[in-house]
Unconditional design. Sequence first.
Length: 139
Amino acid sequence: MPRGLPFLQLGLPAHDGREGLPQRSGAGSAVNSTLRQTGSVLGIAGGGTITSIVYRRAIDGSLTGLPDGTRLQARVSAELARHVAAATHDTGLAAAADAAFIHAMHVGALWTAGCALAGAVVLAVGFRPDRHRPAPGAE
């Protein structure tokens, strides 16, 4: 069967779009790629910021009694807090760092899921079919 015959039977054009504007052939793909990468970067930055804030708030209670420099180092990340715990032989600090990190990851994941859900709702509302029906007698 010739290439365009099924389209002619449906009343659609018999070309596949390749003979359109060659200078703009990759524009849609480029825009799609740019938006996907931008969304990924913003999502990672937002999720990481939320996780970092929650971790610091969760670990603060376990850092009392440590010298200022050591406390600031342990607040940066769970890995540094475990390093401080190993250096000071404080197993409670290592356990607190693990618990704070897990809590922060859970909160960050929930916020990320909430943002994704909000985006899905915006898309569902924005792309819903038009349901305007003319009033009876108005044409």
